[in-house]
Design a protein around this ligand. Structure first.
Ligand code: ATP
Ligand code: MG
Length: 420
């Protein structure tokens, strides 16, 4: 019998975890600078948090959810995205009725979608996400995008395109929707099966269908940005001027609609050409009706989700110049015999107390084998203690990069390594 991970999931191994930790640290620092605080919500929620009254027609909710009944016969769903759970949380914890705006982020949060696994598409993946509640001005739409942009630049990713669009609001979208349905009704024979189903439920989604024939017929369809109400239009104009102020180039792409049904006004995607078909690293938008839909007060919101796996792929794909070296152990203490071992434990403690990463032999290897093991680990220094050294209270400290060796008193090993 041999075991393997479930389809669409991956182990994250030490050869990669340090890279994730570096990127996470960069993200935390940038979030702090912009005034965001971290939130951690459960990875599963009552299914109703994701499937709300009106009936979401998006792939994420209609096809991709991991939903099951627990032993108490409750319908539970492994979260496919972060926003709904965060909105639920701020309502439940009375944050939604407190002072606004509320600026939150979550980091490397596991998400679950039952999808066909392929490069950049897993069943368990991780997102860094932002949510800003209670700020209606387009300046926060721009700030959200600017933060994502800064994160990507800070981890060495520069070749990006930002696509923005506005999908209107409950004021202007219904009228546009009618026009769009009328347009596609006349061209029904050109639509794929899925888009025929979407026609009356969510016709906007036809615009970002990947099927060639739908794409073709969608090219001349009426565009929402030509049908925005004055408020949405003004919001979109302001967003553009704020992005200019941030110095961020954008492309208006009237065909982005985004996956989730609760979006209003601004939607955006940040795309990299480095990782092929699954090139969208970050997607987000405004969701002014969501908190109310979940039973909370009238509170607007905007946010994004950034796929961590895709981000790592782009970083590696662009040469990974910003990534640090894999962290190395500062000192390995090699010794022979029980007396020396007791001394080693004391030295180990002193080194660690001084902030030096250190380890020693725990498997009674020969001195030669200990050096070999330390070499494989890639340690910076080996402090070896034989009988002779033990008697004199000295260790031989070898710099493994240069091969240079010198005798150092036990009490001075920490200092010698720090000074090197
Ligand atoms: P796509 O069109 O690629 O399916 P989406 O619109 O479903 O993306 P969102 O719901 O906006 O994606 O999620 C935000 C980000 O999360 C995506 O831009 C992507 O980086 C990442 N992401 C989404 N689904 C997956 C997945 N199955 N595996 C890995 N990353 C994912
Ligand atoms: Mg998807």
């Amino acid at each position: 019998m041999s075991y393997s991970v479930p389809k669409g999931t991956k182990d994250l191994l030490p050869e990669d975890t340090y890279k994730w930790q570096f990127v996470e640290e960069v993200i935390r620092n940038i979030c702090r600078k912009y005034g965001f605080n971290e939130i951690r919500t459960p990875i599963f929620e009552h299914t109703e948090v994701f499937v709300r009254g009106v009936g979401d027609t998006t792939d994420v909710v209609s096809k991709e959810m991991y939903t099951f009944e627990d032993k108490g016969k409750r319908s539970i769903t492994l979260r496919p995205e972060g926003t709904a759970g965060v909105a639920r949380s701020i309502i439940e914890n009375s944050i939604a009725s407190g002072p606004q705006p509320t600026k939150l982020y979550y980091l490397s949060a596991p998400m679950f979608r039952y999808e066909n696994p392929q490069a950049g598409r897993q069943r368990q993946f991780h997102q860094f996400g932002l949510e800003i509640f209670g700020a209606p001005n387009a300046s926060v739409d721009a700030e959200t995008i600017a933060l994502a942009w800064e994160v990507l630049n800070a981890v060495g990713v520069h070749n990006l395109s930002l696509n923005i669009n506005s999908i209107g609001c409950p004021e202007c979208r219904p009228k546009y929707r009618e026009k769009l349905i009328a347009y596609f009704e006349e061209r029904k024979d050109k639509l794929c099966k899925t888009c025929l189903e979407r026609l009356y439920k969510n016709p906007l989604r036809i615009l970002d269908c990947k099927e060639e024939s739908c794409h073709e017929v969608g090219k001349d369809a009426p565009l929402i940005i030509d049908h925005l109400c004055p408020e949405c239009s003004d919001h979109f104009e302001k967003l553009k001027s704020y992005l200019d102020e941030y110095g961020i180039n954008y492309k208006i792409n009237p065909h982005i609609v985004r996956g989730l049904d609760y979006y209003t006004k601004t939607v955006f995607e940040i795309i990299s050409d480095e990782i092929g078909a699954q090139g969208t690293v970050c997607g987000g938008g405004r969701y002014d009706g969501l908190v109310e839909q979940l039973g909370g007060p009238k509170l607007c919101g905007i946010g994004f989700g950034m796929g961590m796996e895709r981000l790592m792929m782009v970083i590696e794909g662009t040469g990974a110049a910003a990534l640090p070296e894999k962290p190395r152990l500062d000192c390995y203490i090699a010794s022979m015999g029980e007396n020396a071992r007791v001394k080693c434990v004391g030295i180990l403690k002193t080194l660690r107390d001084n902030g030096i990463s250190a380890d020693m032999d725990h498997v009674s290897r020969s001195m030669k084998a200990q050096f070999k093991y330390a070499g494989k680990l890639g340690v910076r220094f080996v402090a070896s203690i034989g009988d002779n050294e033990l008697e004199r209270g000295m260790a031989r400290l070898k710099n493994m990069d240069t091969g240079e060796e010198k005798e150092v008193a036990f009490a001075e090993i920490a200092e010698a390594i720090k000074n090197a």
